[in-house]
Design a protein. Structure first.
Length: 289
């Protein structure tokens, strides 16, 4: 069943990139799994919608074919849609209808069939988690701008091995699990015949090499949880509730890309102003002025 990405983000089909980005930031902050009332499933759904609608090429294909466009591969005219296969009824193959074949998950079989075995998520580059936090700023700081230093605890690259997981000075050696290829090719027997699938090697995580000796600080993980001071540049004219995105300041993973950090700004309205002035300021902030 095709997903309605516009409805997921709460925007119209003709929404601009800026509108889509603002809607994503708002919903991502609300449902982030690190928050007490966060929803990981909803957060992933929001992120999936944003990844498509923020990319002009993907958005055009989505508008034409729906959310199943990425699984169409080269067979755009085959009539295939995610979750189905040209209306063909495969119910007769279930529960022993095809001796010797694995029918555990037909959707996985279809995905492999139409993407040449390269559609498995495990073959995609690793990426650390996005994280979020909030910081208060005074009313004058929101007008003039300010640099704030915050301390957050997150999974970061090991400062001893630099994220490699190797003991300093040790040599690297070919990964025996994948023979230095960085990935492992597996063959699955299906009703369509043998279908090959490629996944990243779990031992070397796609690098093809492993250290002869591991880092004693991170135990070879390349990352560890620690407190880190981050400098946040709050721009002048920022409004209450706006979010700053710091690319690459999120959580790290070994041999992968670091996630992003989202910082919500809470502007403190001065207490020593008239009630009328306070109401006016709050109204202006609501209007985004």
């Amino acid at each position: 069943m095709s997903k309605d990405y516009y409805n997921i983000l709460g925007v119209s089909k003709g929404a601009s990139k800026d509108e889509i980005k603002k809607a994503f930031y708002k919903l991502a902050h609300k449902h982030h799994p690190d928050k007490k009332d966060g929803n990981e499933a909803k957060f992933k759904e929001i992120n999936e919608a944003y990844q498509v609608l923020s990319d002009d090429s993907k958005r055009a294909k989505y508008d034409q074919f729906g959310s199943g466009f990425e699984n169409m591969g080269g067979g755009g005219g085959s009539g295939y849609q995610q979750g189905g296969f040209g209306g063909f009824d495969f119910s007769g193959f279930q529960n022993g209808g095809g001796a010797g074949f694995d029918f555990g998950n037909l959707n996985d079989i279809f995905s492999d069939f139409f993407t040449g075995g390269m559609g498995d998520e495990r073959s995609q580059p690793r990426r650390g988690r996005d994280i979020s936090t909030e910081i208060p700023v005074s009313f004058s700081e929101s007008i003039l701008g300010v640099n704030k230093k915050i301390l957050i605890t997150k999974t970061s690259k090991c400062n001893i091995c630099g994220g490699s997981g190797a003991k300093v000075g040790t040599k690297m050696q070919t990964c025996k699990s994948c023979n230095g290829q960085g990935h492992i090719r597996e063959t699955k027997r299906t009703i369509f015949g043998n279908i090959s699938n490629t996944r990243i090697c779990n031992e070397c995580l796609g690098v093809g090499q492993v250290p002869k000796e591991i880092c004693t600080n991170c135990k070879g993980a390349g990352v560890l949880k620690k407190g880190e001071e981050i400098s946040v540049a709050v721009p002048s004219g920022i409004h209450n509730g706006e979010t700053i995105r710091m690319t690459g300041a999120g959580e790290a993973v070994k041999n992968g890309k670091t996630g992003d950090l989202y910082i919500k700004i809470n502007v403190k309205i001065p207490s020593k102003i008239s009630k009328k002035a306070r109401e006016l300021l709050e109204e202006l902030q609501k209007e985004g002025i």
